[in-house]
Each structure stands twice: as C-alpha cells, then as structure tokens.
Design a protein around this ligand. Structure first.
Ligand SMILES: [Zn+2]
Length: 362
C-alpha cells in the first residue's frame, strides 16, 4: 500500500506549474484543482503565512490557521463565505505549535465545529505557550548560561507574554496525528511525515495522487528553517533531528512534487532545495568549529554565524540567534567535536576538542 502511494506521478501527466504570483494577503488562489492557497498577513517581521484549504467531499479540510487577532478572524470569515463557498469545514490539521500555524486553532475549531488534528508533542508545546506555564528559573538559567544580561532576560519574559497572546485557547479535545498516518481527503491519501528539528513533531503532508507536498516550515524556498535549542531541553540536538527529517523527506517524497511551503511561494525542485539547505548548514558548522580555538561564550559567536548584526535590544532577534547558536554548538558537542564548560560566572564556554595526536605533534 505504501509503495503504491509513493509512486510518482506518471510521465504522461503534465506537471502543474505553481501559480506565478501568490494570492494577495487575505485572499486565496487555486494551486491545483481542489487545493486553495490562502495567504494570511502577520503583524511580525515575517509578514505572511500560507494556509491551505483542501476540498473534502461537500466541504473542506484546512491546514494551519494564522495568529489570534481580529484581522485574521475577519479574513477567515470572508474566505469561508466567498472562497470556500460557505461549505462546511470538516477537519483542521495543524502542522506544528508555532503561533502563526496554531494561534487560531481553538477559534477555528469552534467557528466551524470541526475536529482538530495535531501531533501530541505539538499540542503539548502549544498548550505551554497558551498557558504561559514555564519554569521561570529554568528559563533564566538557560539564557544566563548563554551570556545574557539580567535586563535582557526580563525583556524576554515580557516578549513571551506578547507571544502568548497570539494564541487563543486550544480545544480541550484533539485527534492525535503521528508520523506515517494517512488522511483520506476527497478520496485521495495524504501521508503524514512528522519529524523534529524546527519543532518537536512537525507534520508535513504528502499527497502522491496530486503530487503535492505541504512542507510547513521544514522546507522553505528562500530562507532556512529556524532550528533552535529551547530552555526546556538545553542539551538537545535539534539540528541532528532536522538533518534526519530532511533525510526522511528526501527518501519518501519524490522530487516531482510541487512544494507548498508555509512562507514564500510554491515551488518545484524539492531535492535540490534540501541539498542546498543541508550544504549551507554544514558550511556554518565547519566555520563555527574552526572558530572555537579558545573557550568562547555563545553570545560572542553571533558575528561569526549571522550575516546581519544581532542587536541586543531586539529581544526576538536575540532569542532566535541564541537558540540557533546553541543548536549548532550542541550538534558539534553531540559529535564529540566541542566541549562545554560552565564558568564561575555561570556562563557556558565552548571549545573545539583537539584530537590527541594533533595536540602533541606540532
Ligand atoms: Zn514554525
């Protein structure tokens, strides 16, 4: 059954060209018959998210939600009436826990009286964001070890409160979605490919019949996914998980698919894009390893790793830069290439491990 599902589209079916232009914010266009591309504006630096509506019998299956704000709700109301022709929403699938993807899950499930499908880890992590229920001492310790000042950590807590407001309460009941599951939507199978790296259990969706791959935030056309270490799992290796997820996608999803990403435009060339993402990330890892001749604080590495300056007053940027720097460092540490030591000041230092023969033989 799996082999049949993964059979690439036959040669006699001409591939559908991705739409030349994205829908204007707040509207939708058809990507292939039965799949609509909705563009929802976002009030943050990344100014939009792509959402998907898949025809499902006499109604629709929706993928992802936009953030919790009155503008998003008004857009959904208009799209439901016009673009979705007032037909019922039968199911809501959320790829992962970030606010632009899950923020309106509770509101949409209530508005359309439809079930929510989410991976367990994503639902649990989204609940933490909604409740704001984090161990503050653990968070403080995490950022202090990364080199942050106390004032920066306080700014971080204020920023988290704002991020929490981007979610409305999640439904108390949800349906579990896991790697390898299949949805039957309009008589077609959509396979769930779930993996870690960007978030704990991010779900992508592959429909072999339509030759479509909803990649979420894992494979994006212009930017690389944020892969960060979080305070709850300070020793984790999310970059290793992200590489493994990309390996899985390359093995399981044919290069012929049209990729439907959460940001940017639909595109073809999945395998090339994965190769570029991996290559770029490995290049950064190599650059980092050579820079760690002496014990170095994580926050002292931003200039080496990032093309733009990381302002210490921009707490969102600081959070991303710190999480990504630690992801790179932890990945090198997991491979025995760097060692971490916490100083008397409570701040971590990382240093390259010099192989014994290299250390004693000049
Ligand atoms: Zn995301």
């Amino acid at each position: 059954m799996t082999a049949t599902l993964l059979t690439p589209k036959s040669d006699d079916q001409a591939p559908v060209t991705p739409p030349a232009l994205p829908p204007t914010p707040g509207t939708s266009v058809e990507v292939v018959p039965g799949v609509r591309w909705i563009r929802m504006p976002l009030p943050i630096a990344l100014d939009h998210i792509n959402l998907w509506a898949i025809e499902d019998g006499d109604g629709w299956t929706l993928v992802d939600t936009g953030i919790n704000c009155p503008d998003s709700m008004a857009i959904w109301d208009r799209i439901a009436t016009h673009d979705l022709a007032g037909r019922p929403v039968k199911r809501l699938i959320v790829t992962h826990m970030h606010a632009d993807h899950a923020g309106l899950a509770g509101w949409l499930a209530n508005r359309f009286a439809c079930p929510l499908w989410m991976a367990d880890a994503e639902y649990a992590d989204a609940q933490v964001m909604v409740s704001g229920n984090r161990d503050r001492r653990q968070v403080r310790d995490f950022y202090h070890r990364a080199g942050w000042q106390a004032t920066e950590i306080e700014r971080y807590f204020r920023r988290r409160a704002v991020l929490g407001s981007y979610y409305c309460p999640l439904p108390q009941r949800y349906n579990r979605m896991a790697d390898g599951d299949h949805f039957l939507i309009n008589g077609r199978h959509w396979r769930v490919i779930a993996g870690g790296g960007h978030s704990a259990e991010h779900a992508c969706l592959h429909c072999p019949d339509l030759d479509i791959f909803i990649s979420g935030d894992v494979v994006l056309p212009k930017i690389s996914s944020n892969v960060s270490v979080e305070p709850e799992a300070p020793e984790a290796d999310p970059l290793g998980q992200w590489f493994a997820t990309l390996d899985r996608i390359r093995a399981d999803v044919p290069d012929s698919v049209m990729v439907l990403p959460s940001h940017g435009r639909c595109f073809r060339g999945l395998h090339d894009r994965i190769a570029t993402l991996e290559h770029d990330q490995r290049e950064v890892l190599a650059r980092l390893a050579t820079a760690l001749d002496a014990p170095t604080r994580p926050d002292a590495l931003f200039d080496i790793l990032f093309s733009r300056p990381i302002s210490r007053t921009d707490i969102s940027l600081m959070t991303l830069a710190t999480g990504e720097t630690l992801a790179l460092l932890n990945h090198l540490a997991a491979r025995g290439l760097v060692a971490r030591r916490d100083g008397a000041d409570g701040v971590s230092r990382f240093q390259r491990i010099v192989p014994e023969c290299e250390a004693c033989c000049p």
